[in-house]
Design a protein around this ligand. Structure first.
Ligand SMILES: Nc1ncnc2c1ncn2[C@@H]1O[C@H](COP(=O)(O)OP(=O)(O)OP(=O)(O)O)[C@@H](O)[C@H]1O
Ligand SMILES: [Mg+2]
Length: 244
């Protein structure tokens, strides 16, 4: 369904920042993959490359068995039609209401206007925002904006869902509700990649049997590394040394 083959991405004037370093990864159809790793590890970079928002400096990315680096520019919107995405910074249109922001994701499809609105309203209801349909992002809290972005990403029932730290602004109860929503979307057949450094999300994913791949300094950490989740929370928080 989706693969990265020896993908390298560099930033900086002289390419001195290696955001992804020769990464190879294969994600099967219908898989739920958690991409973990510390800040700066390369998680967002990987999702941006998969969304064809940027090109890798080396290697290739295949989606539906097609090398997306070889797509004509005009074909990229067709690729994206199959991909729902929750960006780390939401990217909502500030002048549009929550409902309009979600509806826009459906407007490329030939659906009657009423159906678009019904589906958008249902998606917003599924993230607990049924009563905020006509509010613009400026008047929504960060957590509410994040949920509008999630509704927009899932409304079209995409083949692939890319979520970048989708629970970063949410309280534990909402986080649980949204993990349930992602799990439902996944059960309906969507392949999901979710980037996070939230240990609670990772623990939940582990319980649900989602695969986890850890990035560190642009490389995939071999899975033989001890699982951070198997350490007691207190040891993780204090670095294992009890406070004097
Ligand atoms: N546009 C850019 N220009 C220069 N450097 C960048 C750019 N985008 C990312 N980087 C660098 O690439 C590395 C990987 O960044 P990335 O945003 O992918 O990390 P991340 O794992 O998503 O981190 P976080 O958990 O903080 O979101 C970092 O060192 C970052 O500073
Ligand atoms: Mg990031």
């Amino acid at each position: 369904m989706l693969s990265l083959e020896n993908v390298t991405k560099r930033y900086g004037r002289h390419g001195e920042v290696v955001a992804l370093d020769d990464v190879s990864l294969s994600v099967g159809e219908g898989e739920f993959l958690i991409l973990s790793g510390p800040s700066g590890a390369g998680k967002t970079t990987m999702l941006r490359l998969i969304f064809a928002a940027e090109q890798p400096d080396g290697g290739r990315i295949k989606i539906f068995n097609r090398d997306i680096g070889r797509l004509r520019r005009a074909s990229i919107p067709y690729l994206r039609r199959n991909i729902g995405v929750v960006f780390q910074d939401f990217k909502l249109l500030p002048e549009r209401t929550a409902l309009e922001n979600v509806a826009l994701a459906l407007e490329i499809r030939a659906l009657p206007r009423r159906e678009i609105h019904e589906r958008a309203a249902d998606a917003l209801a599924s993230v607990g925002l049924a009563w905020k349909l006509n509010v613009t992002p400026r008047r929504l809290s960060a957590g509410e904006q994040q949920r509008v972005a999630i509704a927009r990403a899932v409304v079209g029932q995409p083949a692939i869902l890319l979520c970048d730290e989708p629970t970063g602004n949410l309280d534990p109860k909402l986080t649980q509700d949204l993990l349930q929503l992602f799990s439902d979307v996944h059960r309906r057949g969507t392949t999901v990649l979710l980037a996070t450094h939230d240990l609670g999300v990772m623990a939940c994913g582990e319980r649900l049997g989602w695969r986890r791949v850890e990035l560190e300094m642009g490389k995939i950490v071999p899975s033989a590394t001890p699982n951070v989740l198997s350490f007691p929370i207190s040891a993780r928080v204090s670095g294992g040394t009890p406070a004097p």
